[in-house]
Design a protein around this ligand. Structure first.
Ligand code: KG4
Ligand code: ZN
Length: 328
């Protein structure tokens, strides 16, 4: 079965053709980083306009790469949320139009669930697993009993972890997106220089809070011009504090929920220091998304879309709706 997936939840316009949930025939991503860089973050209205401009060429490119004609597609899958409403609607309406005109099934896919599926696409994961989503919009711990069967066990009460990286980078006058910049600087910084700490949510030990950590960085800088070494030390100390908190809560959740493996998803999982910290932990098989599948992409949408279709059947193109917030 050939599935065409579309992703347009935030600032990437993406289309991918995946066979039977596993074989990626093409994976095209048009990133808008250049567009939003001067604003230090995503500007929703600009994101929508760019989605409109590029979505058809991106779909055409994905079909060409896959050497597949549009009429050969069996199922259309689209990220229906969570995300920016205007951005979501563009992907959703494009997918609906194609499904309606070709009289093919359409399925709506949860973007966060798809981030977790990205690491499960190429290999069998022992279940139950603990899903850990670390992205620009989400920080979630999810117990995965089976595909489609999830329990949310922790999430952020304020900033998402990637958002905290982006905000700290902005405070330090580094370009957007901040995650890769912070990682690069941190390589040469002293992680013990500043005693930053991520937040503890009273009575909810598996929830996250990163906004206090971001404010602590702001106070450490106090509007000063920083030397390169100071920037490196702040980046390293911030990154270490954020990741140690993620490791601690993930391992606590894994033990408490008696999972067999850890499954990671989202753009922050590109970070090598994060991977290094988890590789030191014992007792669980660890699954990371492979190259091209950690940042927003449509292969994870098409891949998961196949299973959603098998498990739930297809949605109605006339009633399938975007959802800016979806929880597990
Ligand atoms: O998964 P993603 O593409 O978007 C959302 O669904 O939100 O993740 C983007 C986020 C950004 O916040 C970006 O700064 C962060 O992932 N990121 C990183 C790294 N690469 C991307 N954070 C830390 N280290 C990295 N190397
Ligand atoms: Zn994402």
């Amino acid at each position: 079965m050939l599935v065409l997936g579309i992703e347009s939840t935030c600032d990437e316009t993406a289309c991918s053709i995946v066979r039977s949930g596993r074989d990626i025939l093409s994976n095209v991503v048009s990133s808008q980083i250049d567009l939003h860089r001067e604003f230090g973050g995503v500007v929703p209205e600009l994101a929508c306009r760019r989605h409109i401009d590029v979505i058809i060429p991106v779909i055409e490119e994905a079909l060409t790469h896959a050497k597949v004609a549009l009429h050969e597609i069996d199922i259309f899958a689209v990220a229906r949320g969570p995300g920016l409403i205007g951005a979501l609607l563009i992907g959703l309406n494009t997918a609906k139009s194609m499904a309606l005109s070709l009289q093919k099934p359409i399925v709506g896919v949860n973007h966060i669930e798809a981030h977790l599926y990205a690491a499960m696409m190429a290999q069998e994961v022992p279940l139950p697993a603990l899903g850990v989503v670390l992205s620009g919009g989400h920080t979630s711990l999810v117990k995965i009993e089976a595909l489609g069967k999830y329990t949310s066990i922790g999430s952020t009460v304020d900033d998402a972890i990637g958002e905290a990286f982006d905000k700290v980078a902005k405070i330090m006058k580094l370009p957007y997106p901040g995650g890769p910049q912070i990682e690069r600087l941190a390589l040469q910084g002293d992680p013990q220089k500043h005693l930053f700490k991520a937040g503890y949510v009273k009575g909810r030990p598996l929830d996250f809070s990163f906004s206090g950590l971001k404010t602590a960085v702001l106070y450490a800088i106090k509007d000063r011009e920083l030397t390169e070494q100071e920037k490196m030390d702040i980046a390293a100390s911030f990154q270490e504090a954020a990741f140690r908190d993620v490791v601690k809560k993930t391992m606590m959740a894994a033990k408490e929920h008696e999972v067999k493996s850890l499954v990671f998803g989202g753009g922050v999982t590109n970070n090598m220091r994060l991977r290094e910290l988890f590789e030191k932990e014992r007792g669980y098989q660890i699954f990371w998304p492979s190259k091209g599948l950690s940042l927003d992409n449509a292969a994870m949408i098409a891949g998961l879309g196949y299973h959603v279709y098998l498990n739930q059947g297809h949605g109605d193109p006339m009633t399938l709706e975007a959802a800016t917030r979806i929880t597990f």
